[in-house]
Design a protein around this ligand. Structure first.
Ligand code: 89Y
Length: 341
């Protein structure tokens, strides 16, 4: 099968991991990089032997679109919609970093732009690809705990997240877009679609613009009650970053995803252990291990979708449902009311 040629649009923090993850998957050739600060792209081009570098995305597309198969957009969220529209106008398939957009209208425009241009739009949403989350799904689907009726997913941390990603401190809407887009997507992945939700938010850290705490209580269409809590203001005995912890209760047992990727499955017969350790690639940052590792599986799935050899899970249509939840949560918090989806 021939290699698919692609360009990376945006060479900030995440490109350092997304690019080696592509090479881990294989079957692709990285032809060009764009970054508005060219020197940053030059560093990565040298490191990963990428032949072309641009600081105007139009120049990259004018010159290379005929030979490219897709672009991987890894820029800040406010540029996702315009860059998707631009790449689509050149007839290129697009993979776009989560969160899909800065609002529902922009997300809808992205869907329409890609449909109109007849290109595929996939969202790079990797939390559902984490090894412990896949293991958790496997355990639930195996029937080991019976029919699930209740779940709690927790991403509560005091990790200095703004050091590597300073722009997060300037977002008016922070944790629900940055982490909620991941966590609510994991809830959909595990338990299906949401019927209604209620959310409370607050800002604890006075040096950031957006909310750094959000608690979302959802009634899933299956009837399951799901609580997703997220915080970057949590000073806890054991720092879990960047792990999602979980408790799922079923009619015949429970499964608890603890620190260190351990899963504890309890029934009336007792407790057995399973593990969901991520693959520790040489290029990943150990502080982000489980997330960086999941990029490989996410990219592999998206590539299969682009090639038509498999079903990409996080298409734009699918991820739109996650984005709907993010903005329904903001709406619920603003009105202090339950929102029905
Ligand atoms: O941006 C976020 C993500 O996608 O995973 C963790 C993170 O880097 C900080 O919240």
């Amino acid at each position: 099968m021939k290699n698919l040629k692609f360009a990376v649009i945006g060479t900030g923090f995440w490109a350092n991991y997304q690019i080696p993850a592509w090479f881990e998957v294989g079957g692709v050739e990285l032809l060009a990089l764009y970054n508005r600060t060219r020197s940053k792209a030059d560093v990565l081009a040298q490191q990963f032997k990428v032949p072309y570098v641009y600081d105007r995305v139009e120049d990259l597309l004018d010159r290379h679109s005929p030979e490219l198969d897709f672009v991987d957009i890894i820029t800040d969220v406010d540029t996702h919609a315009p860059l998707t529209a631009l790449a689509a106008s050149y007839g290129l398939d697009v993979i776009c970093q989560k969160p899909m957009s800065t609002g529902l209208e922009a997300a809808r425009n992205m869907l329409e732009d890609s449909r109109r241009a007849n290109v595929r739009l996939l969202i790079h949403e990797n939390f559902r690809w984490q090894a412990p989350i896949r293991k958790l799904q496997e355990i639930i689907n195996s029937g080991a705990i019976g029919k699930p009726f209740k779940a709690r997913l927790s991403f509560c941390s005091g990790f200095p997240v703004f050091a590597n990603q300073p722009f997060l401190a300037d977002l008016e809407q922070f944790i629900l877009t940055d982490i909620g887009s991941h966590l609510l997507d994991v809830c959909r992945f595990l338990f299906g679609e949401v019927a209604s939700l209620y959310c409370q938010t607050r800002r604890v850290n006075p040096r950031i613009k957006g909310e750094d705490v959000a608690n979302v209580l959802m009634q899933m269409r299956s009837g399951l009650s799901c609580y997703a809590e997220m915080s970057y203001a949590s000073i806890l005995e054991k720092e879990a970053f960047p792990q999602t912890l979980a408790v799922v209760e079923g009619e015949t047992g429970s499964v608890v995803l603890t620190h260190d990727f351990q899963l504890r499955i309890s029934t009336r017969q007792g407790t057995v252990l399973a593990e969901g350790n991520p693959t520790l690639y040489s290029w990943l940052d150990p502080a982000y291990a489980v997330v960086h590792s999941s990029i490989v599986d996410c990219n592999r799935n998206l590539l299969a979708g682009l090639r038509g050899t498999g079903r990409a899970e996080t298409t734009a249509e699918d991820n739109f449902e996650t984005i709907r939840l993010v903005y329904a949560a903001y709406e619920s918090a603003a009105r202090n009311e339950v929102v029905y989806l």
